[in-house]
Design a protein around this ligand. Sequence first.
Ligand code: APR
Length: 256
Amino acid sequence: MSEDGSERAGRDAVAALQALLDRAEVIVPFTGAGISTESGVPAFRTPGSPWMRNKPIAFDAFMANPEARIEAWRRKFAMDDLYRGAQPNRGHAAIAALVAQGRAPGVITQNIDGLHQASGIADAAVVELHGNGTYATCLSCGLRHELAEIRRVFEASGEAPSCTACGGVVKSATISFGQPMPRAPMRRAEELTLAADLFLVAGSSLVVFPAASFPVLASRNGARLVIVNREPTELDAIADLVVRGDIGETLGRLAG
Ligand code: APR
């Protein structure tokens, strides 16, 4: 149990979460990889995670070194194959219901899997702090490139793709370590965070910043902070409620 006894599990936890949700005016969900594991997308910091098999390729290495770009694309396509066809699960559906009911103005996510959009939430209501891995963009002119074509060229030539329009470096539309955070999503995430009176974290270890600064900002701004996570997180101590359990199980039992 956390020192103030705010940690709950099972039915007691769902009832406590339901009571907080029922009282809330503006709910802002904040999600991490843990909400997608039920869909077959592996999390980052769980034992044996395939994401941790290799040291991440930092943005400056990707930009400076064609070999690093080739390796980054190889890894990207291998991970895409690992969770191809992943579908939204009960956790995504519960959050989509909050958005559809107008109780959540949007969702802030660290995930790049596009499953919140696939669950029916409009693109504009999904704030992707770490970008999106379902397409690529040119880092010079911003042109969008579809992964199927990128992969065809990559596998035919063995070369890292370049922009068909301007010849610039093409990268998955995700934010790598060392890459500047996307300005508009960061601004929107701050707006949502400051508007929240209930900030609902689901499935994040809360160790990566600046993303993990939003639950802190919400709490400092007077919002109630709820963390639903299977394992302890870095911010449990400041949460009003910690639900130690499975996200799909917990959110799936909330009243629709
Ligand atoms: N139910 C509840 N919790 C779960 C479930 C589940 N079904 N599955 C996993 N979890 C928990 C794990 O215990 C873990 O604490 O979700 C958390 C996921 O934490 P991470 O793997 O660290 O993922 P995340 O917090 O999203 O990582 C943040 O780090 O590598 C970067 O850019 C990457 O966006 C990512 C960022």
